[in-house]
Design a protein around this ligand. Sequence first.
Ligand code: ADP
Ligand code: ZN
Length: 283
Amino acid sequence: MYGAIEAGGTKFVCAVADDTLKIIDSVSIPTRTPAETLADVFQFFDQYELTAMGIGSFGPIGIDPKKDSYGYVLATPKPGWSEYDFLGNMKAHYNIPIAWTTDVNAAAYGELKQGAAQGKDSCIYLTVGTGIGGGVVINGEIFSGISHPEMGHIRVKRATEDTYVGTCPYHKDCLEGLAAGPSLEARTGIKGQELPQDHPIWELQAYYIAQALMNYTLTLAPEVIVLGGGVMNQDHLLHKIRQQFVEQMAGYMETPEASEYIVRWGLPNKSGVIGCLLLAKEA
Ligand code: ADP
Ligand code: ZN
């Protein structure tokens, strides 16, 4: 049996799967302090005989096995989690191979192997939810350099009419600060899921996300970009992003049709867990 944890800032989704990666059992645990959260995680997985596990964690996290920070959650405003040895505490409880990456890297990997990027060798997965984060797969493998990419915190060009200060606690008006889910409510006083389709905010939202996709395309030229997260439940937004992307690229670089290049996740709310299971099996 394989175990998977998609460790998010609001909830941990834990799953157990058989050898064919069919999910047998899963549970959603609210994220509290590390001790409280892991107690529930152990309780769930202790019911099973696991051979390996995959963890996709909210970040930033230490991913370089040569560094002391490997397996740690790094600078995060979430109480108790900053500088927490997440992987070390898991390994102390389960003496099995444990694959360790970011939640969005796991999702990118899941989408490449079984979702919207199936059959490709490279993809970017971008989630637009409470935060914005991106994972990168190149040549069939999760990319990492000095760290994992932090694609949500890039700079984008502010729209001239936009005076909103931005929600990012570190940079204020980075992409996440200007375009993650909470910015929709902060700008309009209405939750993203309740905003009408014809609200002008959606054009602004598309303007920022399209800029980000242009930057990623010019930098990495992936075969496909997969979009997920709560905000991307808006069908019309996907359409607006594609339009703006084509407009902003201005024909500079040959890319596939926008409708094939910028796609919605193929494994809604499951890309991360499936990616973790695949990584567990490989571990
Ligand atoms: P998380 O990022 O915490 O895992 P989600 O991906 O569901 O969770 O993102 C939550 C954010 O997305 C919130 O800011 C919420 O208001 C927004 N959101 C959720 N559903 C929608 C929707 N259908 N349309 C627009 N925004 C949404
Ligand atoms: Zn930021």
